[in-house]
Design a protein around this ligand. Structure first.
Ligand code: UDP
Length: 358
């Protein structure tokens, strides 16, 4: 199959601005290539693919980023800037797709989804977020009525945000497990990993670490500086050990030294890449039972799930995290979330989409 992949219109690949989509895209590309498919990636200028993806063709586009939907009002209209990166990526993608089997869109935005009803080329959409915009939700509903196969979701809980989708296609996610080394660090610190933005609830994780008299190690791109400094000010000085945004190889090395990961989403987390990355290093996870994390973590086996927003229960579980056998964590990822497993699910789905157009 020849697949043309459209990247996120928020930040170049490797910047961290695109959140989990950046890693998901890289894992998918390597999984597809290892299954023998050919992949063209259309992405913002300065984007870099992981070294393993040398066989993929990268096409650069310059332009203005979209505004992330999770940071707009739910009822906001669509806005497309002059010299739009998204429009530019779609133009380039459409041109290359003349010689391809399918266009695979990974941007959560209105324009590519709207194009579905006006295109003869098969176009499939990996929906990377829960319902964060009314206008997009309603558009998905309209397009779904005509093209019911063209949407895939990372988790059942995420898909529930789109209740009109009957029997949603769930593709989960998967990663190159050679990039993650198992470490048996039962004595290490507690970690938190993610974009530093309100929907990620960092403050609840700092609360827990602080109650335990520990510094919380925090890795990730600081998307919202005001939010970050507000959290910092509301806890004693030095409660957070800011570690910055690291590439995967460095991140996993540091993360593997931790005894547990705290994951505290305040929104319907579509999947939660960082949870699986932690598990792949043997790090158990304590998370709120909300969105993807509630489907990934096996309570009592690979981590613990606390009632959403219940900091005291989170604290209770963080305190007993060493009870989890770290080998369970790695094992779960190997059986459920490798790049090949993920790519196979995507290929099965894309085949169904392509057949619709014949
Ligand atoms: N990440 C990273 N380096 C860091 C911290 C985070 O590469 O120092 C990546 C991580 O690998 C993950 C992404 O940031 O893929 C966050 O994705 P997640 O699905 O957890 O949340 P999202 O940002 O998509 O809401």
């Amino acid at each position: 199959m020849r697949i043309v992949l459209i990247s996120t219109p928020i930040g170049f690949l490797g910047s961290g601005k695109g959140g989990g989509v950046e890693l998901t895209l890289n894992s998918l590309v390597s999984g597809l290539i290892s299954l023998g498919h050919s992949v063209d990636v259309v992405a913002p200028k300065k984007s870099k693919l992981h070294e393993i993806n040398v066989k993929a063709k990268l096409h650069y586009v310059e332009g203005e980023d979209q505004i992330s939907w999770q940071h707009q009002n739910y009822y906001s209209p669509v806005s497309i800037p002059d010299n739009s990166l998204l429009a530019g990526m779609l133009e380039k993608g459409l041109d290359i797709a003349k010689h391809a089997d399918v266009l695979l869109n990974m941007s959560y935005d209105w324009l590519p989804i709207w194009m579905t009803i006006n295109l003869d080329i098969p176009i499939a959409h990996i929906i990377s977020m829960g319902s964060e915009s009314l206008v997009i939700r309603n558009l998905i509903s309209k397009v779904y009525a005509k093209y019911p196969k063209n949407f895939a979701f990372h988790s059942q809980m995420q898909a529930k945000d789109y209740p009109f989708i009957k029997e949603p296609t769930i593709i989960g996610n998967g990663f190159n497990l050679d990039n993650y080394i198992f470490q048996d660090s039962v004595q290490g610190p507690l970690a938190w990993v993610g974009r530093v933005a309100p929907e990620k609830g960092l403050e609840d994780a700092v609360y827990v670490a602080n109650k335990l008299g520990e510094k919380l190690k925090v890795w990730g791109f600081i998307e919202d500086e005001t939010y970050a400094s507000k959290i910092e000010k509301s806890f004693p000085k030095g409660a957070i050990d800011w570690k910055g945004f690291l590439p995967t190889d460095k991140l996993q090395e540091e993360l593997g030294k931790c005894r547990g990961l705290l994951n505290t989403p305040k929104w319907n987390e579509a999947y939660g890449n960082v949870i699986v990355e932690a598990l792949a290093c043997g790090v158990p996870v304590v998370a709120y039972k909300r969105g993807g994390p509630s489907e990934i973590i096996q309570h009592g086996h690979t981590g613990y799930l606390s009632k959403p927003d219940d900091k005291e229960t989170l604290l209770y579980y963080a305190n007993i995290i060493q009870k989890i056998n770290r080998k369970n964590c790695r094992e779960w990822v190997e059986k459920n979330a490798s790049a090949d497993i993920f790519a196979n699910k995507v290929v099965n789905w894309l085949n169904k989409v392509i057949i619709e157009y014949k």
